[in-house]
Design a protein around this ligand. Structure first.
Ligand code: BES
Ligand code: ZN
Length: 850
């Protein structure tokens, strides 16, 4: 692979740092364009490292002066930092540097957002704050002094002293620099307290801007529930006297787990019933839990190097998914997690950006915070748990925490605790970490003399740099149903380890119906061709909620694919099965809502491509829409009844039960609006006292017409609320009709409120465009040109967000020659920009495949 002249970092080149650090002391004299950072760092030789030159990372720093053991020194500039001659034994390094947070638009290092100072150091942002060995295997206790006239001055750990214009913080837990944080601003707090299981009294705070105090209660409640859960389920307690969360308007990611001082994108923490939807509440709950859980899986035990990123991210996603499943509905959580995995990770794994859960090399680490590291990383842990059982998993985790507390660990360390705690040999299983690509599972069945034989095959397609694949160890959860629909063999986990392998089940007089890959027990694609009858049967009878839903999904998908191809198919069985399910009041409304949602346009495009066809996004869009219209016509009465039935009495509550009812009601409204000209949606819009119902109604109105009046009213009502205005932008961008998309995006980007340097706002509009498959892939090529223009504009300002957004092009090889040609042109135009960031350059060159 060509690296556009860039340096590539390899896992195989890992070497420990020459020194260890026993203490870091930092003083910050804050000023927007000339902040002084004074560092005092106690180094000693690392006995585990080979001697080499003393190198410190540093970028965009103006060195004022440096000293070693009190004597002035003049470090040598080196690529990405400095080198310096140092004593053989321990020594104290001091440096004073000047940085400019006000002009830092990349939002990495120390920067400013609406008059507030804040930091983002993961993965390699600390080197923009001072000279330091900015690598996760160098862990040290930090003390920090902040000098500023701003009223609230925060850093990691516990507060030790403060006075007018200064504050001092001390973090006793050794940590890598990427977990450093500092916040200074005119903030107010939503306070609370928590007492840990062993009696530590912890002050909890959510720090926000003046007007946002009314949006903190839910986040605080979620935090306390996460703290209780981690004590109960993993035996993990919090370890400082304070836990601070700060909401920031300008933030590249969702949130960051800095020790004792989590920094959140405002969208990932602030919520009120009037301004946030049920989906927002759910996301906030899981992000708060995720960042809190990092305190043990990430902070106390961190990563040796960035190749081990899934060690903390995969595990912490797994933990936050478990938490959400426990707090809400396990079945619904699992289905949503699988939907997200397929939409993001399968898409990645089947394109030019495919990479292993533990990559072997990278150019820019920020480009590897991917769905594969996160979501496939979490799936790998789920498989491990299934293979060793719940108790084996608990023992392995206990061993992990005792053995590696305070360390920077590797995937080898992680797998070793499982081997040691359970006695299982994981040598084949570990391939999940090194081999990219989504395995395809084939299914053959036979039944004779009371024996049912299930033959499974596996094959992983080639991915960039990995032409040949070895067979993986794949846990396939299977249950068998009798032809009458009774479960005759309860769930059993088959261990598929060969390219082709048979499993037998005895004592089955009648040929059973197999329910395969229950709970989505492995991140694979099942290539099982099921008749509509069997799908309908499983949809009606499967006892595993995931597989039940999956059967309905397969049924709908097959029919949609037929429609797209213009092939006739009998749809009556599908409509009847769906209707029966919707009428089953014993089923969780949230589950029923999920069965009403059809496969998305991107999913259908990938499915067609996998079947050897060239998807046309315009045709897919039209076919899906027509299918929705037919469902609305066929099931109108049932849907209308559900709409009337699924009302939530009393004031709005964001809990899973009420949210589930609203989800089903909204799903029904989506179809009903296609019939009633928007009558119900208009009424709902007028009545709505919460954002879920207000935005839900607006979505339906926009779906059937242009809805200019409603959009105008919405804007007038919410012009003062950034997070709600992001929705206003995002909805129009993602729902614009194919022929109107160019115009709509043009209007939105011309809008006075389009602050393109704010990542949330940029993502609303350009991410909305990318999510609008038919608009983005309009045959005119306008969508591609628009996105490329904006990426070119954003890149010098914010490389991280630009590179991330470039993934909109990752599926380009699916499409016809004309579209491919236009996308290639767009990508090459970006690649040709002089001074293009390393982030975007790497991304574009990987997508192009050169
Ligand atoms: N450590 C990450 C945040 C991060 C990512 C910092 C990339 C720097 C570069 C954090 O724990 C995280 O994973 N956040 C996710 C949300 C989470 C719920 C998966 C995010 O920000 O999207
Ligand atoms: Zn994380």
């Amino acid at each position: 692979m060509k690296d556009a002249g860039q340096r590539r970092i390899h896992l195989a080149d890992y070497r420990p740092f020459s020194h260890r650090i026993t203490q870091v002391s930092l003083t910050f004299r804050l000023a927007p364009e000339a902040t002084r950072v004074i560092s005092k760092i106690a180094f000693e030789p690392n006995p585990g490292a080979e001697p080499g030159p003393f190198f410190l990372h540093g970028e965009e720093l103006r060195l004022v002066g440096a000293r070693i053991d009190g004597r002035d020194v003049t470090p040598e500039p080196a690529e990405g930092g400095i080198t310096c001659a140092v004593p053989e034994g321990p020594f104290v390094w001091e440096a004073e540097v000047e940085i400019s947070p006000a002009t830092n638009t990349a939002l990495e290092g120390l920067y400013m957002s609406n008059g507030m100072y804040c930091t983002q150091c993961e993965a390699e942002g600390f080197r923009k704050i001072t000279y330091y060995p900015d690598r996760p295997d160098v862990m040290a206790p930090f003390d920090v002094r902040i000098e500023s006239d701003l009223p609230v001055l925060l850093s990691n750990g516990n507060p030790v002293a403060s006075g007018p214009g200064w504050a001092e913080w001390e973090d006793p837990w050794p940590k890598p620099a990427y977990l450093f944080a500092l916040v200074a601003g005119d903030l107010v707090n939503h306070p609370d307290r928590f007492t840990t299981r062993s009696g530590r009294d912890v002050a909890l705070n959510i720090w926000v801007r003046q007007g946002d105090l009314g949006k903190c209660a839910f986040g605080m409640d979620a935090l306390k529930r996460a703290m209780v859960w981690d004590e109960r389920v993993y035996g993990r307690e919090y370890d400082l006297d304070v836990f601070n969360i700060v909401a920031v308007d300008d933030f590249n990611m969702g949130a960051m787990e800095n020790k004792g001082l989590n920094i959140f994108n405002a969208s990932a923490v602030l919520a009120s019933p009037q301004t946030a939807t049920d989906a927002n509440f759910e996301r906030i709950e899981s992000i708060i839990a995720h960042e809190y859980f990092h305190n043990w899986t990430g902070n106390r035990i961190t990563c040796r190097d960035w190749f081990q990123l899934c060690l903390k991210e995969g595990l912490t996603v797994f933990r936050d998914q478990q938490f959400s499943g426990d707090e809400r509905s396990r079945a619904v959580q699992r289905i949503n997690d699988v939907l997200a995995l397929r939409a993001r990770q399968f898409r990645e794994d089947n394109g030019p950006l495919a990479h292993p859960v533990r990559p072997e090399s990278f150019v820019e680490i920020n480009n590897f915070y991917t769905a594969t590291i996160y979501e496939k990383g979490a799936e790998v842990i789920g498989m491990l748990r299934r293979l060793v059982g719940d108790e084996g998993y608990a023992r392995a985790l206990d061993l992990y925490f005792t053995r590696h507390d305070g360390q920077a660990a590797t995937i080898e360390d992680w797998l070793k605790v499982f081997e040691d705690a359970t006695g299982r040999d994981l040598s084949q299983f570990r391939l999940w970490y090194s081999q990219a690509g989504t395995p395809r599972i084939g299914v053959e069945e036979s039944h004779a003399d009371g024996t049912y034989t299930l033959t499974l095959t596996q094959e992983t397609p080639p991915t960039p740099g990995q032409p040949d694949k070895a067979p993986l160890l794949i846990p396939v959860a299977v249950g068998l149903l009798s032809p009458e629909g009774a479960e005759v063999v309860p769930t059993r986990v088959l261990e598929l380890s060969q390219p082709r392998q048979s499993f037998t089940f005895e004592g089955l007089t009648a040929r059973p119906v197999a329910s395969i890959l229950r709970g989505f027990s492995a991140p694979v694609i099942m290539q099982r061709k099921l008749s509509a009858e069997i799908c309908a049967f499983l949809l009606a009878h499967d006892t595993d909620p995931f597989s039940k839903w999956e059967a309905g999904r397969a049924l709908a998908k097959d029919l949609l694919v037929c429609r797209i191809a213009g092939k006739p198919a009998s749809e009556a069985a599908c409509f009847d099965a769906l209707e029966a399910l919707l009428r089953d009041d014993d089923l969780d409304p949230a589950f029923r809502a999920l069965t009403l949602s059809l496969p998305g346009e991107d999913d259908l495009a990938q499915t067609l491509f996998d079947a050897g066809r060239t998807p046309d996004p315009i045709v897919i869009h039209a076919a899906r829409r027509a299918f929705r219209g037919d469902i609305a016509a066929r099931l109108g009465e049932t849907l209308a009844r559900l709409y009337d039935q699924m009302v939530t009495p009393g004031p709005y509550r964001p809990d899973a039960k009420d949210a589930g009812k609203r989800a089903l009601r909204q799903a029904a409204l989506g179809y009903l609006s296609l019939n009633d000209g928007g009558a119900r949606a208009t009424a709902q819009y007028r009545r709505a006292d919460n954002m879920t119902e207000q935005l839900g109604a607006l979505t339906c109105l926009l779906d059937i017409a242009r809805a200019d009046d409603a959009l105008e009213a919405f804007r007038n009502q919410w012009r003062g609320d950034r997070l709600v205005m992001d929705k206003w932008f995002g909805l129009q961008a993602s729902m614009a009709a194919p022929d109107a998309t160019e115009t709509v995006i043009g209007c939105l980007t011309e809008d006075d409120a389009f602050d393109w340097k704010n990542p949330n706002r940029f993502r609303s509009v350009l991410g909305g465009l990318a999510a609008n498959a038919a608009g983005f892939h309009h045959p005119s090529g306008a969508g591609y040109r628009l996105l490329a223009d904006w990426l070119i504009r954003l890149d010098p300002v914010n490389p991280q967000t630009t590179a991330r957004m470039a993934t909109a092009f990752e599926t380009w090889r699916r499409y016809d020659a004309d579209r491919q040609g236009m996308i290639r042109e767009a990508l090459e135009r970006i690649a040709a920009r002089p001074g293009l960031s390393r982030d975007t350059a790497e991304m574009v060159s990987r997508i192009l495949g050169d």
